[in-house]
Design a protein around this ligand. Sequence first.
Ligand SMILES: *Cc1c(COP(=O)(O)O)cnc(C)c1O
Length: 222
Amino acid sequence: MNIAESINNIKSTLPDNVQLVAVSKTKPNEAIMEAYNTGHKVFGENKVQDLVAKHEALPKDIDWHFIGHLQTNKVKFLTPFVSLIHGVDSFKLLKEINKSAAKNDRLVNCLLQVHIAKEDTKFGLSKEEIHSILTNEEYKKLENIRIVGLMGMATYTNDEDIIRSEFGFLSKLFNSLKSEFFSSTEYFKEISMGMSDDYKIAIEEGSTMIRVGSSIFGARNY
Ligand SMILES: *Cc1c(COP(=O)(O)O)cnc(C)c1O
């Protein structure tokens, strides 16, 4: 199957409330254009330099999502144009995004990354850390960021029960934060979970945004 067929196939199976982020990391601009020419506009990258280069080279109506681990010293390269930053995993990073977004006169949408996997190697906040951010007086003054939801990555395993329970945990946490901190807003509505191998389970567990790379663009050579 080619890229256009793959992307159309996946999209034809998605419920209306689930958005596809086509993860184009390591793939050339020609591959992205093949997906773009089907009408798809939302792409995800995990390296700041690659994202900036692709944004410069490709059509300006693409919504670029940053899905990688973001260092504070690189925030300034993304804030002028990024649509959504998926992996916010510290208060320090959130404050830096706010500062840089203010300089660019932008409101930058962010997802808090939650550590849901058993592996220590994965990044992400605990429930307690998220609570301490959302109750911090300094957080309430950040006017140039908006937390629109949560993001998580399940354990790398073939055991579907483990994956399902980790995604289920993220959904429950989302619901409890929504009622405790965001009940008067409309914008806290995204749960970014699910990749090529596990997005079907993620959707069953409440995902609103799947991040799919290899099932669209083929395997990556690093
Ligand atoms: C690479 C990546 C994906 C896509 O992975 P595939 O298995 O190729 O679909 C999704 N999310 C993040 C954070 C990634 O780094």
